[in-house]
Ligand binder design. Structure first.
Ligand code: GLY
Length: 265
């Protein structure tokens, strides 16, 4: 078997918010037009939170002409120090990939998907020794199969799950902040589709579904978006120590905590 998921998150790349952030895609969580300056402020708080948890963060410059460019998670996933370069499924986002790939290639090997399938990194959730790939409006069957073959070549288990139409990505509705635990949005997912993968399922209520996307660190530390009191209480009761980040300006473009990083080490 491959290794197991350690949640140290020693290093990450992020990318500056686009000055055209108002044109970012927004179909799910947005309540107003995405605002560049507000998003920049949230992005800075996010970076500060990662650094406070020990992640060395490298900030890439804005990619001109790509309003969603801060959502680097969709371009690549790092598996055992190799970057798997992905193929985002929205046409406006496919051009973001080469810049991320070139940057990652400076420090690690890279692998490409085979064929013409599409995969957004937002559809990949790493549990303890299993990668779950979501089939979604962005990640198609060909892409999921191609990624699955690559992941298996690293000796990890792979499962493919259908992402509900109510949401954008698999990471939007579930995350695994510590070994054996999955936090999921009960308004979007059935516990029965997840319980074989975890000892503990924490169900985020429908009105707080955005908070199902968490960032876990060792010793039961977790970053969650601010403004979701029921989820906060559920996680406190489950023994987590919590840091919150105001993600509302990023949420306006359907971006969650995990969307803003590729964890590289
Ligand atoms: N706005 C993020 C995405 O739709 O990919």
């Amino acid at each position: 078997m491959g290794g197991s998921h350690n949640r140290v998150k020693g290093s990450a790349i992020v990318r500056e918010v686009s000055t055209n952030f108002e044109d970012a895609i927004s179909n799910h969580f947005g309540t107003r037009v995405p605002d560049y300056q507000q998003a920049q402020g949230a992005h800075s708080s996010y970076i500060a939170a990662l650094r406070a948890h020990g992640t060395e963060v490298e900030v890439l410059p804005e990619l001109r002409g790509y309003p969603d460019c801060c959502f680097v998670e969709d371009a690549a996933v790092v598996i055992d120090k190799t970057a798997v370069i992905l193929a985002p499924g929205h046409p406006s986002r496919s051009g973001e990939v080469e810049s991320v790939a070139a940057h990652l290639a400076e420090t690690m090997g890279t692998i490409r998907l085979e064929g013409n399938g599409t995969v957004d990194g937002g559809d990949i959730v790493f549990l303890d020794d299993t990668f779950v790939i979501g089939r979604s409006s962005r990640t198609d069957a060909l892409g999921a199969e191609s990624l699955s073959r690559i992941i298996k070549s690293f000796d990890y288990n792979v499962e493919i799950l259908k992402v509900p139409d109510s949401t954008l990505h698999l990471t939007t509705v579930c995350s695994s902040p510590r070994e054996g635990t999955i936090v999921y949005s009960e308004g979007d997912m059935d516990a029965s589709s997840l319980d074989e993968y975890a000892d503990e399922l924490i169900a985020v209520p429908p009105q707080e579904s955005y908070a199902a996307n968490t960032l876990g660190y060792p010793n039961d530390r977790v970053i969650i978006p601010s403004g979701f009191p029921e989820t906060r209480k559920l996680l406190l009761d489950a023994g987590f120590s919590i840091t919150t980040v105001d993600m509302d300006p990023i949420m306006q473009a359907d971006g969650s905590l995990t969307c803003l990083s590729v964890f590289t080490g």
